[in-house]
Ligand binder design. Structure first.
Ligand SMILES: Nc1ncnc2c1ncn2[C@@H]1O[C@H](COP(=O)(O)OP(=O)(O)OP(=O)(O)O)[C@@H](O)[C@H]1O
Ligand SMILES: [Mg+2]
Length: 235
């Protein structure tokens, strides 16, 4: 059963179209990697899926009882976010914000969820530390734990390994694959790392102001587009 179906999606800013013709569908447990050059519309699509930006045309349908408020999101990082003045525990707990409803405070279940996800990401020893004092790799684990507090079904990750060294990058990819496989969480990850995309993802969506490719990672590897994008190097 499809957890997400996008039909003929189109996005514009101030009347100027930046992304069009997006048509794809994902089943629960799929791992989609979204690739494309700078400005190709990847982050715009993520914001559309989250309901933060309305499509100018087309539709986004969720299946499996999923609501747009139950999506875990790791945003593309800016320097401002890196300097966020809060403790690791507070940042992770803020992933439970959408489930607060009318409550003013986090309850024991929220706190247990935060601890569980910090343990899963191996950051429980950092929980009293200031977020801004952490390394880039530690910060990304904190944000992944936060995103996992928000969802049991769908994770959106916008360039989660940017700026990380090769070891931290590999660890991050392994953690993402682990929650995808063990918890059957559907993953949509924006990445410029096409090699990792082809290795970890089940499906690839290649954007360039419009949809250039959607299919399985195996189909993508064989496509002329992948070869062109990689400058002739096979993946
Ligand atoms: N808030 C905004 N207002 C106006 N134009 C925007 C806005 N956000 C993005 N755009 C434009 O929309 C297009 C797509 O931007 P988007 O951020 O989705 O690209 P991207 O594929 O995520 O790029 P990158 O790889 O650099 O993160 C770009 O031309 C960008 O300038
Ligand atoms: Mg982006």
């Amino acid at each position: 059963m499809a957890i997400l179906t996008c039909k003929d999606l189109c996005f514009a800013y101030d009347g100027s179209t930046v992304l069009e013709g997006v048509n794809f569908s994902l089943n629960a447990g799929n791992y989609l990697c979204v690739v494309g050059e700078n400005g190709s519309g990847k982050s715009t699509l993520m914001k559309g899926l989250l309901g933060l930006k309305s499509p100018d045309k087309g539709s986004i349908e969720f299946g499996d009882g999923l609501k747009s408020t139950e999506i875990g999101y790791l945003p593309q990082q800016t320097q401002l976010q890196r300097d966020f003045p809060a403790s690791v525990r507070e940042v992770v707990l803020s992933g439970c914000l959408n489930s607060l409803g009318r409550r003013l405070h986090y309850n024991d279940e929220d706190k247990k969820r935060a601890i569980f996800n910090m343990e899963r990401m191996g950051i429980e020893d950092l929980q009293d530390k200031s977020y801004q004092a952490l390394s880039g790799g530690q910060q990304q684990r904190v944000l992944l734990a936060r995103a996992l507090c928000a969802t049991k079904k769908l994770l959106l990750l916008d360039e989660p390994v940017t700026g990380l060294d090769p070891i931290a990058t590999g660890e991050m990819y392994n953690l993402i694959k682990l929650v995808n496989l063990c918890d059957n969480i559907t993953v949509i990850m924006v990445s410029h790392d096409i090699h990792a995309a082809a290795r970890y993802a089940t499906h690839i969506l290649h954007l360039g102001q419009k949809q250039l490719f959607f299919g399985t990672a195996a189909q993508y590897r064989e496509s002329a587009l992948a070869r062109r994008f990689l400058g002739g190097n096979r993946i």
